[in-house]
Design a protein. Structure first.
Length: 279
């Protein structure tokens, strides 16, 4: 069994290999020169990080295989490629051909990892069907839950703006208020559009975490550690490894630290809103 003993380490490593191979092969099909420029080792390490982050929630929740593939594909896509698109909009970074050439193989790789995780890290029982998951989510969404959802989205937006303005050294102003103004004034979208995008991203991130809260019953501290690690690795740490050669080292350290604080503080808020204690 790959869910116990030495298998606990073999399965995430195999996921890392699957992630790196699928990404490099699909990138090679699209652009050979860009594929050659990528370092396979960093892609492999990024995949291993994903494997270890996914392991607690793939084999400890009783997913049916179709449910697991659908959910984790959506989870990885929303926190990964979709999050990258939203962040580029907020920072005003243009969408050039290189971005799309790297993004499409990333989408292929995360879908492949979702399928591979279901095979390598199966749950001991297969109970939760897609229909059952949908009914539980529908039952959970009421007026108090919508208010919590909106509040978590607002929390994400506030944390993003505060942390970026405080710790990002790429801004010219020495003061927090000046840095915040620089961030909000970045073209091409307006301040209101930036806040709405961040709010929407926070709501989307909360929604994709919600199914985990419905079926993963643990003490709140454990939920923060597991979901915070998962969110941080998928959205920040794994992409940082995958793009290690393309990002300036000091900027990379800043963004990893900011991402760590952002996702753990955000997950802490969602846990206190939606987390269930162990039963």
């Amino acid at each position: 069994m790959l869910s116990s003993g030495i298998g606990k380490y073999i399965a995430p490593t195999a996921l890392g290999a699957g992630y790196a191979i699928s990404k490099m092969l699909s990138l090679r099909v699209m652009d050979t020169e860009l594929a050659i420029a990528q370092d396979f080792t960093y892609q492999f390490l990024a995949g291993i990080l994903l494997g270890f982050a996914l392991r607690p929630v793939t084999n400890q929740i009783y997913w049916k295989r179709t449910t697991s593939i659908l959910f984790f594909s959506s989870f990885l896509l929303i926190l990964g490629p979709v999050g990258q698109i939203l962040r580029r909009l907020i920072w005003g970074i243009p969408f050039d051909n290189t971005f799309w050439l790297l993004l499409i193989p990333e989408i292929i790789a995360v879908v492949f990892v979702s399928i591979l995780a279901t095979i390598l890290l199966p749950s001991p029982q297969q109970v939760i069907t897609p229909g059952m998951l949908w009914r539980r989510v529908q039952k959970e969404i009421n007026m108090p839950a919508l208010l919590k959802l909106s509040g978590c989205g607002l929390l994400y937006a506030m944390l993003f703006l505060i942390l970026q303005s405080t710790f990002d050294e790429s801004f010219a102003s020495p003061f927090w208020t000046g840095r915040l103004q620089e961030l909000l004034d970045l073209p091409p979208i307006s301040t209101q559009e930036k806040v709405l995008l961040l709010w929407g991203q926070g709501i989307l991130n909360t929604l994709i975490l919600l199914p985990l809260f419905l079926f993963f019953f643990r003490e709140k501290v454990e939920l923060i550690v597991v979901f915070g690690s998962l969110s941080f690795v998928v959205a920040v740490f794994s992409p940082a490894f995958a793009n290690f050669q393309r990002i300036e080292p000091l900027l990379l350290v800043d963004q990893v630290f900011i991402g760590f604080c952002l996702h753990f503080l955000f997950v802490t808020g969602t846990v206190f809103c939606f987390g269930r204690n162990k039963k």
